[in-house]
Design a protein around this ligand. Sequence first.
Ligand code: MN
Length: 238
Amino acid sequence: MDTVIPAPPQPTLAVAGETARFPVRRIFCVGRNYAAHAREMGKDPDREPPFFFTKPADAVLDAGADAGAAIPYPPETEDLHHEIELVLAIGAEGAEVPQARARELIYGYCVGIDLTRRDLQAEAKKMGRPWDWGKAFDRSAPCAPIVKAGDAGAVDRARIWLSVNGETRQDASVEELIWDAPEIIAIVSRSMTLKPGDLIFTGTPAGVAALQPGDAVRGGVGDLPEIALDIGDRDAQG
Ligand code: MN
């Protein structure tokens, strides 16, 4: 196909044990999906319907342990936060998917960090404005390699953790999710058709905190490949 400007490259993520890569279509993220994190953000956790925000597909970054992933400290923030999350990689299309069939859509799982410019998000909340500037910036969705669902083990009961410079900051169990993977897929697919290539960040447990230039961030979910991300110096424009 001829295009009037160069077509943008397809964002992709590594898949463990495969040379072929996972093409990323959209990134959905669940807000406040662990009760203790909802409380630390000043909200009462209950089973109100979950809410979502999105990031652009090209916010992904390969951040497996041997990828040497590093990002500059992002612009326009003084309060960059880490949020370790279990990520669902969608491999099949589905609309109005019943919970009982939701797992059929999951190609695999990976560990991701929902990087957040918390000061910009807080300002947006206060002003009743969209969260995009706090959540959807360049390289805001680093991910470790995806593991096929059949090889991923019991991710629904796995430990989820994150450390900064060797000190544990987040440590919980995926069992503590308020809305689990099948429920999230059922709910999203009532509003829009899920498509192959979509990622769903399922939410972060308590312990979110600020990152500084020079920090070494590591994290994991059960036996999935760990994520490793180094935060560099400030860079006005990534
Ligand atoms: Mn999050």
